[in-house]
Design a protein around this ligand. Structure first.
Ligand SMILES: Nc1ncnc2c1ncn2[C@@H]1O[C@H](COP(=O)(O)OP(=O)(O)OP(=O)(O)O)[C@@H](O)[C@H]1O
Length: 511
């Protein structure tokens, strides 16, 4: 029996097929969208530290990924026999199909979203917390935009799978493409011609939506965005919009509280005691470098100061006010208020990769409503970029910068909150030697302006040249707390000072 080409082509003018096409698109689109949202909620539940959220989500995913869609379809369509009140909804084939597909897809989408969410590094959330952005703000502004981009190719693939799976809904008599075809060839027995036409309709749907999704993927792909360095003229023009960063004036007065006071601070990771009773006072305007061998607890110490790590014992007092104790929850208003006064610069920069440099800097002031208007917020951010010498790169993305430039942006981002104290966690350790100088110069300028700073560093010369005090940590304790001068010029032999001199590679100059 010859292939009936005229009949095959006539199937593309048949209204019932085009209506079935629309049904497939509606069913697939809605299943994808609702599954996407439900899957996201379930992914968050599955990643929650709370077992009463994590376990039900895990059981849902396990169960509905195991049940075949065909079984679920027939079950849901017949559910009104058991639960008559569901008849108005589930008795409609489209709705029964939608519910079944959403329930199945949500389980798959949960795992896709979980992959995306897990790919966003811990440093991104920490950078958000260091900017005192709340939990929901961090998810909305920092994590979800990145996780969605990572998950998008797999989510798109899932849409194609859903389109094809929708043919199964024919089993409950929904007139989608396959059902429409079946009805036709049951009358004329032209099975091959009809099924080929059905296949072509599916291919058309997948191709059109595939192209749309590819456009969306390209639109969101940050690697494809390559804004140029601004020319001198463009830069000058932008500088006119910038608000110069006002010079800091260090107001010290007698009786003024310490900027920071740490009392008997203990911290352990499990059984491992990392901080074993730290006591430290920092006067406003003081620059303190923290040095010591690897694993001595330097990073842990400054992370406790901006509440990135909880403490087990002791207290931290900020400008004379209670701030953190062992029982403090990092999510309280008091801690967030304190964190707002502290800027943090991380070893690995932790810039937000989905935002331009300007947006990175504007994010926190915008979130906290620090500026009266968007224009002013932008002007301040431009001023800060200019201060760190990166105005010409304002519209670039972090991936387009060198490590040293990224670290300078990270400093500008922290400064955008007008902090009273700056914490630096080995700010140059991740940099190539030739890039270190520019970052250190920015920190030096801040020291000159009277910024209170705690700097964990392995740059010994820098520590000696910039600091009012150098703290040497070893074995979870402050072993030496001395002015650079006394480290370099101490006249008498003094065992702890000798140890720090040895560690820093400093030759004693007898004074
Ligand atoms: N999140 C964590 N979980 C478990 N142990 C940790 C954690 N963070 C740090 N530690 C451990 O605590 C100790 C102190 O680490 P910390 O990073 O504070 O030291 P450090 O003096 O800054 O070292 P480095 O100079 O190498 O950065 C190390 O032994 C480290 O392995």
């Amino acid at each position: 029996m010859p292939f009936e080409w005229p009949y095959f082509f006539s199937l593309f003018t048949l209204q019932s097929f085009w209506e079935a096409c629309i049904t497939v698109i509606q069913l697939s689109g809605l299943s994808w969208l609702i599954g996407l949202v439900l899957g996201f909620i379930l992914a968050n539940a599955k990643m929650s530290p709370k077992p009463w959220l994590r376990w039900p989500a895990a059981v849902y995913v396990w169960f509905f990924r195991s049940v075949p869609l065909l079984v679920l379809l027939v079950f849901v369509y017949n559910l009104p026999q058991l639960l008559p009140f569901t008849r108005d909804v589930l008795g409609v084939p489209f709705m029964a199909g939608l519910v079944s597909m959403v329930v199945t897809e949500a389980a798959y989408m949960t795992e896709i979203h979980r992959g995306g969410l897990m790919s966003v590094s811990r440093g991104q959330r920490e950078a958000g917390r260091a900017l005192a952005i709340g939990r929901i703000g961090i998810e909305r502004l920092i994590v979800i935009p990145q996780a969605f981009r990572i998950a998008l190719p797999t989510l798109i693939n899932e849409f194609v799978t859903i389109v094809k799976l929708s043919s199964l809904v024919s089993v409950i008599s929904l007139p989608e493409l396959l059902m429409t075809g079946q009805r036709l060839y049951a009358q004329n027995f032209l099975v091959l011609e009809t099924l080929l036409a059905v296949a072509v309709y599916y291919v058309m749907i997948v191709t059109v939506f595939g192209a749309l999704f590819r456009w969306l993927e390209r639109h969101l792909d940050l690697q494809l965005r390559r804004p140029e360095t601004l020319s001198t003229t463009e830069c000058e023009k932008l500088r006119q919009d910038a608000m110069p960063v006002p010079a800091r004036t260090l107001k010290t007065s007698p009786g003024q509280p310490q900027a920071l006071q740490i009392r008997d601070l203990h911290k352990a990771y499990g059984q491992h005691q990392v901080l074993k009773g730290i006591n430290l006072k920092v006067t406003p305007g003081e620059v303190i470098s923290i040095i010591g061998p690897s694993g001595s607890g330097k990073t842990s110490l400054i992370r406790t100061v901006n509440a990135l790590e909880a403490i087990d014992q002791g207290e931290i007092i900020l400008f004379g006010e209670d701030y953190i104790t062992a029982s403090t929850n990092a999510d309280t208003a008091r801690v967030r208020q304190g964190v707002r006064r502290i800027g943090m610069v991380f070893q690995s920069f932790n810039l937000f990769p989905h935002m331009t440099l300007l947006d990175n800097i504007m994010l926190a002031p915008h979130y906290h409503d620090l500026s009266p208007s968007d224009t002013q917020c932008r002007a301040q951010a431009l001023g800060l970029l200019d201060k760190v010498g990166l105005l010409a790169h304002a519209h670039k993305y972090p991936h387009q910068l060198s490590g040293g430039q990224q670290q300078r942006v990270a400093i500008a981002r922290a400064l955008a909150m007008s902090p009273d104290i700056m914490l630096f966690d080995e700010p140059t350790s991740a940099l190539d030697p030739e890039l270190v100088g520019d970052v250190l110069k920015v920190i030096q300028d801040l020291a000159r302006e009277g910024m209170t700073m705690l700097i964990v560093t392995h740059e010994m010369e820098f520590a000696l040249s910039i600091s009012d005090r150098v703290i040497f940590m070893e074995d979870g304790l402050i072993q030496v707390d001395a002015a650079p001068d006394s480290i370099q010029r101490h006249p008498a032999d003094d065992a702890p000072l000798e140890r720090i001199r040895q560690f820093m590679g400093v030759n004693k100059t007898n004074g």
